[in-house]
Ligand binder design. Sequence first.
Ligand code: UD1
Length: 344
Amino acid sequence: MAKKILVTGGTGYIGSHTVVVLQEAGYEVLIIDNLSNSSIDVIEGITRITGIRPVFEKVDCTDMDGMRAFFEKYPGIDGIIHFAASKSVNESVRKPLLYYRNNIVSLLNILELMPEFNVKGLVFSSSCTVYGEPDKNPIDEDAPIKPATSPYGNTKQINEEIIRDYIHSGAPIKSIILRYFNPIGAHPSAEIGELPIGEPQNLVPYITQTAIGIRPYLKVFGNDYNTPDGTCIRDFIDVMDLSRAHLVAMDRILEDKSDEKMEIFNLGTGRGVSVMELIRVFEKVTGKPLNYQIVGRREGDIEQIWANPEKANKVLGWKAETPLEETLTSAWKWQLKLRERGIM
Ligand code: UD1
């Protein structure tokens, strides 16, 4: 019988792409999402790609009663991939309690319910934000954790510690923590992608919205950094590559491939790309010049960070493979599809 995986935040950006990958690998996928930052239409996109409609229930992970009712209704869940979280750095500075409640209480509820319902594995979405400004690049998993620069970043650090302490206490679960670098792009079919509500805060949705005329120009936040072209450097990873790492991680837990009860992996390409380089590649693949202006630095930005993904490459046997050109083409195709459908 197919193993059952609960994907929290499964209508969100990375969640929805991971649902597709899990379904295609033969897992039975159930989604919960409170739809606070995603649309129920995403279920249609997933179904069009895989031909399988995942179970969906509108449940907020902070609602313990709702969560328990869900596990009672759907017994036999083998593993959980926990994406559901608030993720805006900016908003977290303005609404810290919202971030602590959403991101911490959700995890506490899940961890409490796992042994009660015999759920063995947890794959957790963390972020390279836990490293702060690195002393050196590329950065590996043993690099020091720096004081968080935002409540959002702090919730990721605290969540990692909660999982560590719970497992250390002898809890009958296993966990893999995945530290994402900068996920971008969309499913190549353009049936699902990133759907920011309001003005995007992340670079690639801002670029595609500018290119299609929704935004007049992209603001490049600073060209006076200590980098070759003066703009910040990031490790941009294709969302499909990232999603495949979740599948490998879940397989690893459920097939007991490791003696470790908790493992941490960086998910990146191992290649640093500057903001200006990314813009140039986007212009090349779309054949359109992009309107942009250099403006002042954005507060809290890290100058340069890219992953050493060797641990994931060796231990998980996973590698980010999609060329940046292809990833940006998928992001652009998705933006065009949104226009075609009259969504944006
Ligand atoms: C940020 C968070 C990260 C979080 C991620 C997801 C920080 C330090 N990191 O990543 O923890 O997981 O968002 O939401 O805040 N840029 C522009 N113009 C724009 C937008 C971005 O020049 O309109 C630049 C930024 O200055 C940065 C780069 O593009 O140098 C990437 O920015 P972004 O996509 O927002 O991601 P991060 O800041 O790396």
